[in-house]
Design a protein around this ligand. Structure first.
Ligand code: AMP
Length: 215
């Protein structure tokens, strides 16, 4: 199965993708995670991307195209993939189409996770992540047992630099300005499926089932 997950930051794309990967067997490709790994290991790509990320802006298409092309050409994506965070604008969607064309592949479904801006601000403002293993917590409802310490690995639990409210608002504005054009793009292609992302995880996963609607 080859799927694109769309939706604003905080809609739960990463969480849904991980659950869907376990259920359907496909690799999860998160452009944001790939960029953060590059920033952490101080690669040339990471250094070029960091200033955009901390400001809540999109990294340039040139950086993203190279990174995604290299990733999608690896053998492990052949059985299927779930793209999370890419494409983010029309130019990236067109680049993805031409890359997949070259590979003789296509997208099966594009899932749009819908959620209000206020719900995103509440969710992301409370999000905390383990700086070592990446486990995700929230100060509301899913906090660590010991403050600031990961339950799973004991690493320090931090707030992402781009999860502060002013940056969240900037990221949402950018989503509405750019990424939401993709909804029309994939609707026209007959690939779009909308899901209410404020619901329970199981309901969302059921909607993602590729057997549904014969996808
Ligand atoms: P995310 O984890 O998907 O919210 O991504 C975190 C940050 O990485 C974004 O705010 C952007 O700065 C950058 N980023 C991730 N994916 C892309 C993309 N496809 N195009 C441009 N920038 C991206």
């Amino acid at each position: 199965m080859r799927m694109i997950l769309l939706g604003p930051p905080g809609a739960g794309k990463g969480t849904q993708a991980e659950a869907a990967v376990k259920r359907f067997g496909a690799v999860h490709i998160s452009s944001g995670d790939m960029l953060r790994e590059n920033v952490k290991s101080r690669t040339e790509l990471g250094l070029a991307a960091e200033k955009y990320m901390n400001a809540g802006q999109l990294v340039t298409d040139g950086i993203i195209f190279g990174m995604m092309r290299e990733r999608l050409e690896r053998d492990d994506v052949r059985p299927g993939f779930i793209l999370d965070g890419f494409p983010r604008n029309i130019a990236q969607a067109e680049e993805l189409d031409s890359l997949l064309n070259e590979m003789g592949l296509g997208i099966d479904v594009v899932v749009l996770l819908e959620i209000s801006d206020d719900a995103v601000v509440a969710r992301l403002g409370g999000r905390r992540v383990c700086s070592v293993c990446g486990a995700i917590y929230n100060v509301v409802g899913h906090s660590t047992k010991k403050e600031g310490v990961c339950d799973l690995c004991g690493g320090s639990v931090i707030q992402r630099g781009d999860d502060v409210e002013s940056v969240i608002r900037d990221r949402l504005a950018l989503y509405h300005a750019k990424t939401s054009q993709l909804v029309e793009y994939y609707e026209r292609a007959g690939l779009l499926r909308r899901i209410d992302a404020s619901g329970p995880t199981d309901a969302i996963l059921a909607c993602l089932d590729p057997q549904r609607d014969g996808v």
